[in-house]
Design a protein around this ligand. Structure first.
Ligand code: PXP
Length: 395
């Protein structure tokens, strides 16, 4: 049996490291009790793996690992972007050597017909095998095993906010594009929920939009709104799955910060109770602050949505990491307090990865970036791409 390494458009891995990897691959066959077959590993860069991804899988973007099965004597090819592996290892704070090995393990398991994309239990079975192999093979076991075990959480959901489809409509005060159409297409693209913000000034979404979307969406409708008597009456009539309470200032461009709960707990608690009595779940949009979460607990709300705006707007890498850690701490605390944890605001295709890897967060609420991309590639595709990034961050 031969294990063949090819290096395509990249500096080859150090000889000693390559030999160690080959020995570990031999052990994979042994642990899996599989007949040894020839195998080729192609190590390349993002640009090249994108070509393979486009030609063979019709996915025109780079990825970390791809596998192509062979025949009864030849196991197949595993293609790895070393460039991406390095970036992701850094992003997830994992030793590169172990992360690269985890990608190889993942690729080889695909060649043995483990496939996390097919079947209800398939992701779980594949992950179980990955953990079993990495327990044997990793040099620095704890970080990589913790990373893999995080993936055992349910994949996070994506709720798509269609407000800005209405923003385009309102730019000309006409009847198109229709957020109702966008909601239907977002669902077809894989959205787990549709979000609309009925603002006090009705600058984009109108009552009519909420009413029709409520009728046509098959998944859940989430209504964002400020605490306001007539909006509460409207919500009770429409009965969305969930209301997300947000602070609102007429002059703001978008929701600027989380709710200020200091001194308002009893007022918010009353609203939560009133909505809950109509069978509507309530989420509070909060800054990722431990004290706000503790106050939120007193309101009886079931869900908190952590404001990711400060993370999204961080100007330096240092600031971004600080905000990411603040979100991680808040998500952990929120879960500990018994909340269902959501997050949103300012998330886009470039910054979603690290936040989506926070295991306590169950759902992301994303609007502007998806609607922006939908103008270019269509709503279904824009949602599908975002969903894929979220799923990929969890494995
Ligand atoms: N979550 C809340 C509470 C919001 O108010 C908004 C904006 O309406 C979002 C999420 C979505 O933010 P973005 O449009 O930046 O994705």
């Amino acid at each position: 049996m031969s294990i063949n390494f090819q290096f395509l458009n990249i500096t080859p891995l150090a000889e000693e490291f390559s030999q160690t990897l080959k020995k570990k691959i031999q052990r994979i066959f042994k642990i899996l009790h599989r007949k040894r077959k020839d195998l080729t590993l192609v190590f390349t860069n993002d640009k090249h793996i994108q070509v393979y991804n486009r030609i063979y899988l019709n996915r025109d973007y780079p990825t970390n690992v791809l596998s192509f099965g062979g025949n009864h004597n030849y196991l197949g090819d595993v293609i790895i972007s070393v460039e991406r592996a390095r970036e992701e290892a850094e992003q997830y704070k994992l030793p590169f050597e172990d992360y690269l090995l985890a990608l190889i393990v993942h690729g080889i398991l695909h060649l043995y017909n483990y496939d996390h994309e097919k079947g209800l239990y398939a992701p779980w079975l594949m992950l179980k095998k990955e953990i079993e192999l990495m327990e044997e093979l990793a040099e620095n076991k704890e970080p990589i095993l913790n990373f893999l075990k995080r993936r055992e959480y349910m994949p996070a959901k994506l709720a798509v906010n269609v407000d800005h489809v209405a923003t385009v409509r309102e730019a000309r005060k006409t009847y198109y594009p229709d957020p109702v159409h966008a909601a239907v297409l977002a669902e077809l693209g894989g959205a787990d929920g549709i979000v609309v913000h009925l603002r006090l000034d009705r600058r984009h979404i109108k009552e009519r939009d909420v009413e029709i979307i409520r009728e046509v969406v098959k998944k859940k409708l989430i209504l964002e709104m400020a605490i306001d008597k007539s909006l509460i009456e409207f919500a009770k009539r429409i009965k969305p799955y969930q209301v997300t309470l947000v602070p609102e200032r007429v002059e703001e461009i978008t929701t600027e910060g989380g709710m200020e709960l200091e001194g308002r707990v009893s007022e918010v608690k009353k609203v939560v109770k009133e909505l809950n009595q109509t069978n509507i779940k309530v989420s509070l949009f909060l800054n990722p602050e431990l004290k706000d979460l503790e106050l939120a607990k007193k309101t009886g709300a079931q869900i908190v949505e952590l404001h990711t705006g400060m993370y999204a707007e961080a100007k330096t890498e240092e600031e971004r990491l600080k905000e990411l850690e603040r979100l991680e701490r808040a998500a952990h605390k929120a879960k500990e307090l018994g909340f269902i944890v959501h997050a949103g605001h300012g998330l886009n295709y470039d910054n979603i990865g690290p936040v989506a890897a926070i295991p306590e967060i169950e759902e992301f609420s994303i609007g502007h970036s998806i609607v922006g991309r939908a103008i270019m590639v269509g709503m279904k595709e824009a949602v599908r791409e975002m969903k894929e990034l979220i799923l990929r961050a969890r494995g």
